[in-house]
Design a protein around this ligand. Structure first.
Ligand SMILES: Cc1cc2nc3c(=O)[nH]c(=O)nc-3n(C[C@H](O)[C@H](O)[C@H](O)COP(=O)(O)O)c2cc1C
Length: 365
């Protein structure tokens, strides 16, 4: 058996061995019984493809646009917190790899590196394609939230991804059992200036669950999407929608895109798999909004399925973390490169020459 990782799952297996238990469990876990975590991957596997034959696929075009910006492939980097637990270079490494491959990096509010430093790392490797988005959690203290938005604008981020599926943290039992806290030397770097940089151990709970309960605003409603739009000129994506009616509300409240997401199975256990939710969202808002999807995408073939079901692009969370844990920026590049190569081959074998024009009838639905 080869020790060279060939797939994202191989990177996962290597990462398990490298990561401290608390970090691995934080990255890997889902909420409660982890049904939704498992369901995301299983749902992609259930989507059956109907390949076309005798189509000229000698040249494939994987590039597409998101929010009007060109990306080299329809695979974007999802926001994931605390990347320096995986590798000392953390978010800087992810930014460099995403920029070099020409795709979007979404930086978490809960990054362990400041948004300004990540912007610099991304731009140092940036070519003609790609972009940087900032994921926003709304703090109870709206002054803090406003300041994050202003900083993201000033640092040249292209969009804000408002996460709407986390009024509280889902109960992730592995984190509770491990007494999750940020390791010494790491902080919620963007919030240090506001005195909210520490994620400490919480008695009988995950330190992050306690942080979220204390700091983030669980009273958010659609009105706050308008508030956010009123304080920024950046496009706002709503991340964490799994229903047609919510997608329509996102459009009605001025969002530019929705991300069909259940937070990688980390919030409401039992929530519908994203592959299953995607078609109704696409049918509802296809003409009004761009629709992206994340959760359980582990293969280029999963990306092709998502495109066929109407997503403009997918985001990947854990695959990036496994690559990062294995080898920093090179590992992230490797994870993204594997997905790219698999998508390229899947497109060829399915008779699709362009990632921007994958027909719905490619899947049996
Ligand atoms: C370790 C970890 C941390 C995450 N942190 C955030 C976050 O800070 N903000 C956010 O909006 N989503 C966060 N997510 C959710 C991801 O953005 C994304 O929705 C999810 O990971 C996609 O599923 P996948 O990991 O199966 O690709 C996190 C996910 C993981 C696994």
């Amino acid at each position: 058996m080869t020790t060279v990782p060939l797939t994202v799952r191989d990177l996962h297996d290597l990462a398990v061995a490298r990561l401290p238990r608390m970090a691995y469990d934080y990255y890997a876990s889902g909420a409660e019984d982890e049904h939704t975590l498992a369901g995301n991957e299983a749902a992609w596997a259930r989507v059956r493809l109907r390949p076309r034959c005798l189509v000229d696929v000698s040249a494939r075009d994987l590039a597409t646009t998101v929010l009007g910006r060109r990306v080299s492939m329809p695979v974007l980097v999802a926001p994931t917190a605390f990347q320096r637990m995986a590798h000392p270079d953390g978010e800087l490494a992810t930014a460099r790899a995403a920029a070099a491959i020409g795709t979007v990096m979404t930086l978490s509010t809960l990054a362990t590196t400041t948004l300004e430093d990540v912007a610099g790392a991304y731009d140092a490797e940036r070519g003609a394609m790609g972009g940087r988005w900032f994921q926003l959690y709304v703090y109870r203290d709206r002054g803090i939230t406003r300041s994050l938005v202003e900083r993201a604008e000033a640092a040249g981020y292209d969009a804000l991804a408002l996460t709407v599926d986390a009024p509280f943290l889902g109960r992730r039992l592995r984190d509770v059992r491990n007494g999750f806290a940020l390791p010494p030397g790491l902080s919620v770097a963007n919030l240090v200036g506001h005195g909210k940089g520490a994620v400490d151990e919480a008695r009988g709970d995950s330190g992050l669950a306690a942080y979220v309960a204390a700091m983030l605003d669980p009273s958010l409603t659609w009105r706050d999407v308008e508030w956010l739009r009123s304080i920024t000129r950046l496009p706002v994506l709503v991340k964490g929608v799994v229903r047609a009616d919510d997608a329509r509300l996102a459009a009605a409240h001025g969002a530019s895109a929705v991300v069909v997401s259940n937070h990688g199975g980390r919030q409401l256990d039992g929530a519908i798999a994203t592959a299953d939710a995607l078609p109704e969202v696409v049918d509802a808002v296809r003409d009004a909004l761009e629709v992206y999807v994340d959760g359980g995408v582990r293969r280029g073939g999963d990306v092709l399925r998502a495109l066929a079901l109407g997503a403009r692009a997918v985001l990947v969370g854990r695959p990036v973390l496994w690559g990062l844990a294995c080898d920093g920026a090179a590992g992230v590049a490797s994870a993204l490169g594997m997905l790219r190569a698999e998508l390229d081959l899947a497109m060829a074998l399915a008779g699709c020459a362009s990632a921007g024009a994958v027909p719905r009838d490619l899947v049996a639905w």
